[in-house]
Design a protein around this ligand. Sequence first.
Ligand SMILES: Nc1ncnc2c1ncn2[C@@H]1O[C@H](COP(=O)(O)OP(=O)(O)O)[C@@H](O)[C@H]1O
Ligand SMILES: [Mg+2]
Length: 370
Amino acid sequence: MNPFKYGQIVMDVDFCPRPELEKSLKEHIISGQNVLIEGERRIGKSSLIIKTASEIKKFRTVYIDINQIKTVNDLISRITNSLVSLEKQSGFFEKVVKTVSHLRPSVSIDSFTGNPSISFNANETMPPGNIENLLDFIYREHLNRKNIVIFDEFQDILNIKDYESIIALLRSRIQFHSDMPYIFSGSVRKDMDRIFYDLDSPFFKSAIKLDIGLLGRDNFEKYIKDKFLSGKRTINDIIINEIFTKTIENPGDVQELCNALWSITEYNTVLKPADVDNALKVIFAREKEFYEHTISLLTSNQLRCLTAIADLGGKTIQSGSFLKYTGITHASSVKKAVTRLVNLKILFNYKKEYQFNSPFFKTWLIHKRL
Ligand SMILES: Nc1ncnc2c1ncn2[C@@H]1O[C@H](COP(=O)(O)OP(=O)(O)O)[C@@H](O)[C@H]1O
Ligand SMILES: [Mg+2]
């Protein structure tokens, strides 16, 4: 079986250790400290949090992923469903249902896993006060058995129309739950910083920040080598470097490339540099339709800017040479196009540099024109 996993939370043998981060996160959790976790997509935030939390024996993990929520209803539904799946102990499920009973929930059982889930009438707008009730419920339960509450992709709270009042409401409850650790994780730094560092935000400086960067290189190299060796494939440092260059060391992308590399190589082989290029082709073949669809939705200015960033990098998008390369006259038009590319999550901006969210898409775009 292919030992490289991507696009999912990794645990146990699939988790490459990050001892320092695991240690500090563990310490914060145990001391009841709220933590803000920031890092790019696929850098390993969710895996780190879930893995670390699950190892702290006395605590239960209330994992609430609010990725792409749009409304208060969505938020209530996500919190309720994460509670429903929390505890098998008899009576707990009933208590959760009771907390939301006035919202007339429907309970269904997944025929495959046997797990219950709860849905609400989508046409009724639920009062935000239910969020308070649910958080207070979690806190009351915490007094019996300790909880760690994780809000993943927390910046998506900003998608809610009236998000200011919702953020204020969350904060007003959370501050009373001082010994129950909350973890807020997010991939969009600009939005997370707005929530946690804007002076007038209710969350201002309410959590200790942990920045998640790349995996430690030595640990990651050993992890990759051992996985390949488990299938009798030998990989040398030159090839590992090649993989790291092609993926800018992003753990999710490294795993995806290694997964493809594994799939095109045999037992008892020594991997060659050409195998890496062929593995990239496998990824391009899988993603081609999506990439083509993505660029078909762009305006000509957006595509020119994207191409220019692929070729020149994204540090100086308003310079004369960048304008010349794109053939766009006004720097303001470039800014507008690039902002749209960020909103479409094709690019992200970090430390004043625009970068591709997917290094594979960038490489594909360059290759396509060669
Ligand atoms: N500690 C790790 N060890 C090995 N692979 C990892 C690790 N963390 C992340 N990954 C890789 O990155 C992918 C995305 O991880 P995830 O935790 O979902 O990232 P994020 O929450 O930052 O988007 C995983 O599916 C896996 O391929
Ligand atoms: Mg995640």
